[in-house]
Design a binder for this molecule. Structure first.
Ligand code: ADP
Ligand code: ZN
Ligand code: ZN
Length: 768
C-alpha cells in the first residue's frame, strides 16, 4: 500500500505529490487528510505532510520509495480537514486532486508577500546624538541622515526611508550590525470590512445615517421583537444544535420576512459558544447594507471576501480566520473554504442562485459541498431562499433537510399586485410595441407621481428559440421537452440529444406566418422608452454599461438617489439593493427565460419573476408588477403571478419526474472539446461506446443508466475550439460517480484522447 502525500500546502507547488510506503503498523489507521511525518529530501529531514490518497501500485523505483514515519495523533488540523474535503470533491465532481486542492486550500501567491518592514532605533536619545556627531565628523552622510531621522521618529517605515531619504538597504544593514537599529518585519492584515466602513461611514453620516456602526455586541435587537415564526425557526435550529444534532435546514421565507435577522441570531449563538460561522451570499448581493448588518452585531470579528480583493488580500483574510482573529466570514462560493478551526454553522443565502455552482473544475455546488464539510466537521447548514431550488425543497420534503418557514413579512407590508399581460392579445389589437397598453398606463401614472419604474428583460445570452407571435406556440424537442435552438442555415437543434429539424416558415399549430426568433435587447428598449416618454430620465444597466470598474454600483447608486425615473436592465437589476421609491416593475418578455434550452428554465423563470415582483413596493408605498408574455397559461408564469411557490413546486417536480431530470434523477454531462472537429467526432464516438458498455453491465445488474447525445452544446465553438456534450442519466448519484471513475481511467489510458479536453459536470446548472 502506498500513500500520496503533499508536503507543502501553502505553495503553488502543490502539484508535487510524493509517494510513500505505508508501513503495516500504520495500515488501517491512515486516512485522507491526516497529518503525517515523512522523511524528506536528501537529508531525510523529518517533515510534515498530508495524505491526499492511496494506491496499490507505485510509479517509481520501489527501492527508492521511503516510508511514512508516523501520524499526528493530536486530532486533525484544519488543513487536514480541507484536504479531506478536497478528496470528497474530486470524487463527487471529477477532475484531478490537484485542482480540488487548489480550490480548497488558501494558497500563498509567491510574488505578493505583504510584509511591512520597519526600522526601530535601539539607542537612547543621548547615545544616538553622540553617534550622530561621530558620523558627521567622518562625513558618513547616509548614515547620519538615517540616524537623525530615527532620532525624530523612533520607528520608521523602511519603504519611506528607502524612497524618501534615499538610503539603501546596505546602510540599514550596517547600522543593524552595529546594534544601532533593528530591522523588523510585520505581517499586515487588512480588514476589508473596516476599510469599506470607513469609506462609506462618512457618506452615511453626511446623509444623516446613524453612527452606531461600531462593535457594540448585539444590542440592536432591543429595537424589535422576533415574530413567532422567526422564534420557532431559531429555536428548532438551536435545540438540535445544542444537543449536538447537526443537520441541514431550509429556511423558506418571502423577501422581507426577516431571514437575515434569523441568520444573525443563529450565528450570534454559535459564536457565543466559541465556534465560527460562514455566510455565503451571491456576489451581487454582497452590498454595503448587508455587510453593515453583520458588522453591527460582530464588529471587527467579521470579515468579507469578494472578487475585487486581490489574491494577497484574500490570503490575508484566510490567515486571519485560521489564527482566530475573526468569527464570521461573509462571501461568495469560495468563502466556504475559510479555514476556521471550529466551524459551527454555514449559512447559504439565496440558496437557489446559480452562482453557487462553480464553472471551473472541480465543478462543485456550494450547497452540497457545504453539507459535506459540515458533516465532516460537526456543523450545521442553513439554506435560505424565498424561492428554494427544486433540489433543496425536494430534499426537505424527503426529510433530508428540516424545513423552517416564514410565511409573513416581518413588517407586514403587502406583496406587489401582479398583472399578467397576454402579448398575443396586444398583437391582435394592433399594438406591435414591446410596451403593452397596461404597462404604458402604469408608467405614465408613476411618472406623474414621481415614483420609479424598473423594466427588466430576462434574457439569457444567446437563447434563440423560435415561437409564434399569434398563438404563442414554441418549437420543442420531441424527445427532451426543451426548446430547440436556432442555428445557422435554418436549422433547429436540441442541446441535449442533438435532434435536428428545419425551421418552419408557418406555425405548425395555427398556420400563422408570424413565427420567428425571439430577440430583443436592452438598448433597443431604452430607445423605445425614451421615444414613448420624452420627459423621463432613463438609465440602462447591462453588460455594456457595467463594463468599467464599479459601473454596476454607480448605476444602482444613481438610481437609488432618484437621479432617474426608469431603470432598464437584464436580470442583474433584480438582486441586491433596495429601492424604496420603486413602485412598478415591468417584466417585458417572460418567455425569454421560459424557453431556454435546458430543463431548468421553468424554475429559473419562476424565481426571476417572483424576485422581480418583490422589487416593487419595498418601502411603505404599495407596489405593482406587470408580466408580459405569450404564454400566460404556463404554470411558471401563473404561479409566479400569484407568488405561489407550493403550486409551482408541485407542477415542476411532476415534469422532472416525468422526464427523469434532477433532482429526481441525476445527470452527468461529459463535455469534450478539441481543436480538430473530426478528432472530436471520433472521441465522442469512442466515449459513447465505452459508456454504453459500462452501462450495459450495470443495467444487467439492475441499475439503470441512460446515455444521451452527443449533442452540440449551446455554444458549439469557443475560440476555434469545437465542443460536444454527452449526457448520462441515472437515478443514483453514486452510480454516476462509478461511471465517471471508469471514464476517467479510460481517458487516461488512451493516448487518442490526449488532444482533447474532457470535463465532467454533475447536474449542470449553467449553460454548458
Ligand atoms: P429577508 O432577509 O427575509 O429579506 P430581512 O431580515 O432583511 O428579511 O428583514 C427585512 C426588514 O425587516 C429588515 O429591515 C429587518 O431589520 C426587519 N425585521 C426583521 N425582523 C423583524 C421583526 N421581527 N420586527 C421588526 N422588523 C424586523
Ligand atoms: Zn401559432
Ligand atoms: Zn432532445
Amino acid at each position: 500500500m502506498f500513500a500520496n502525500i503533499i508536503v507543502d500546502i501553502t505553495h503553488e507547488k502543490l502539484d508535487k505529490i510524493f509517494q510513500y510506503k505505508v508501513p503495516s503498523r500504520l495500515e488501517g489507521e491512515l486516512c485522507v487528510g491526516m497529518e503525517v511525518a515523512v522523511p524528506f529530501g536528501r537529508g531525510n529531514r523529518r517533515t510534515k505532510g498530508y495524505v491526499i490518497g492511496f494506491c496499490e501500485t507505485c510509479d517509481y523505483d520501489l527501492s527508492k520509495v521511503k516510508e511514512v514515519e508516523d501520524v499526528s495523533r493530536k486530532g486533525i488540523a484544519i488543513e487536514g480537514k480541507l484536504v479531506a474535503l478536497a478528496a470528497w470533491m474530486k470524487e463527487h465532481y471529477g477532475g484531478a486532486m490537484i485542482q480540488a486542492l487548489k480550490t480548497v486550500l488558501p494558497i500563498k501567491q509567491k510574488e505578493r508577500e505583504k510584509v511591512r518592514k520597519k526600522i526601530r532605533l535601539l539607542l537612547s536619545e543621548e547615545e544616538g546624538r553622540e553617534r550622530l556627531s561621530f558620523y558627521l565628523e567622518k562625513n558618513q552622510r547616509a548614515r547620519a541622515r538615517l540616524l537623525s531621522a530615527l532620532l525624530d521618529d523612533n520607528v520608521l517605515d523602511y519603504e519611506l526611508v528607502n524612497k524618501k531619504l534615499n538610503i539603501t538597504l546596505s546602510v540599514v544593514r550596517a547600522l543593524e550590525e552595529q546594534g544601532i537599529l533593528a530591522l523588523e518585519s510585520e505581517r499586515v492584515f487588512r480588514n476589508p470590512v473596516h476599510l469599506q466602513f470607513q469609506e462609506r461611514g462618512q457618506e452615511g453620516a453626511a446623509r444623516g445615517g446613524n453612527q452606531e456602526g461600531a462593535a457594540q455586541g448585539c444590542h440592536k435587537k432591543e429595537s424589535f421583537h422576533f415574530t413567532d415564526e422567526q422564534c420557532t425557526a431559531i429555536e428548532i435550529f438551536w435545540q438540535d444544535y445544542e444537543e449536538g444534532r447537526y443537520g441541514t435546514y431550509l429556511l423558506h421565507g418571502v423577501t422581507g420576512s426577516g431571514k437575515t435577522e434569523v441568520y444573525i441570531e443563529m450565528i450570534r449563538r454559535v459564536v457565543a459558544g466559541g465556534r465560527q460561522a460562514i455566510v455565503l451570499i451571491p456576489e451581487i448581493a454582497l452590498t454595503f447594507q448587508t455587510v453593515m448588518r453583520f458588522y453591527r452585531c460582530f464588529g471587527e470579528r467579521v470579515s468579507i471576501m469578494h472578487s475585487r480583493l486581490s489574491a494577497g488580500e484574500r490570503y490575508d483574510q484566510m490567515m486571519r480566520a485560521k489564527e482566530g482573529e475573526i468569527d464570521v466570514m461573509i462571501g461568495p462560493r469560495s468563502a466556504l473554504f475559510t479555514p476556521f478551526n471550529d466551524l459551527g454553522l454555514v449559512v447559504i443565502d439565496e440558496e437557489h442562485e446559480n452562482t453557487y455552482k462553480s464553472e471551473q473544475v472541480p465543478r462543485y455546488h456550494a450547497r452540497e459541498t457545504a453539507v459535506a464539510r459540515a458533516d465532516m466537521e460537526g456543523a450545521s447548514v442553513v439554506l435560505g431562499s424565498a424561492t428554494p431550488s427544486l433540489e433543496a425543497m425536494y430534499r426537505a420534503r424527503r426529510g433530508e433537510y428540516k424545513l423552517l418557514e416564514l410565511r409573513r413579512r416581518s413588517m407586514r407590508q403587502e406583496m406587489a399586485d401582479v398583472h399578467v399581460v397576454d402579448l398575443r392579445e396586444e398583437l391582435k389589437n394592433g399594438n406591435r410595441s414591446i410596451l403593452s397598453g397596461k404597462l404604458v398606463e402604469l408608467m405614465e401614472n408613476r411618472l406623474q407621481k414621481k415614483e420609479q419604474t424598473m423594466l427588466f428583460l430576462n434574457r439569457r445570452g444567446y437563447a434563440g428559440f423560435v415561437s409564434c407571435r399569434e398563438c404563442g406556440h414554441v418549437i420543442k424537442c420531441p424527445h427532451c421537452d426543451v426548446s430547440l435552438s436556432s442555428h445557422k442555415g435554418g436549422k433547429l437543434v436540441c442541446h441535449y440529444c442533438g435532434h435536428e429539424e428545419t425551421r418552419p416558415t408557418v406555425c405548425p399549430e395555427c398556420g400563422s406566418r408570424h413565427v420567428g426568433e425571439f430577440r430583443a435587447g436592452t438598448q433597443q428598449i431604452e430607445e423605445i422608452v425614451k421615444a414613448r416618454f420624452p420627459m423621463a430620465r432613463v438609465l440602462r444597466m447591462d453588460m455594456d454599461t457595467t463594463r468599467e470598474k464599479d459601473g454596476h454600483e454607480k448605476i444602482l447608486a444613481a438610481f437609488a438617489n432618484e437621479e432617474a425615473d426608469v431603470l432598464v436592465g437584464t436580470q442583474m437589476i433584480v438582486k441586491g439593493h433596495d429601492f424604496p421609491n420603486v413602485t412598478l416593475v415591468g417584466i417585458l418578455a417572460a418567455d425569454m427565460s421560459l424557453y431556454g434550452d435546458d430543463y431548468r428554465c421553468g424554475e429559473r423563470t419562476f424565481q426571476l419573476l417572483v424576485q422581480a415582483a418583490g422589487r416593487a413596493g419595498r418601502g411603505n408605498k404599495p407596489g405593482e408588477a406587470v408580466i408580459q408574455t405569450y404564454s400566460p397559461e404556463h404554470y411558471a408564469i401563473e404561479t409566479a403571478a400569484r407568488q405561489d411557490y407550493a403550486a409551482f413546486y408541485e407542477e415542476e417536480i411532476r415534469y422532472r419526474m416525468l422526464m427523469g431530470y434532477p433532482p429526481v434523477e441525476n445527470l452527468l454531462a461529459v463535455l469534450i472539446s478539441c481543436e480538430d472537429e473530426a478528432l472530436l467526432g471520433k472521441g465522442c464516438h469512442y466515449l459513447k461506446e465505452y459508456a454504453l458498455r459500462i452501462c450495459k453491465n450495470r443495467n444487467e445488474s439492475g441499475t439503470k443508466i441512460e446515455v444521451i447525445g452527443p449533442a452540440s452544446p449551446g455554444i458549439g465553438k469557443i475560440n476555434d475550439i469545437f465542443r460536444k456534450v454527452l449526457y448520462l442519466k441515472s437515478e443514483k448519484y453514486d452510480t454516476l460517480i462509478v461511471v465517471k471513475n471508469w471514464l476517467e481511467q479510460y481517458i487516461e489510458l488512451n493516448r487518442g484522447f490526449d488532444k482533447m479536453r474532457i470535463q465532467f459536470d454533475f447536474n449542470p446548472m449553467n449553460t454548458i
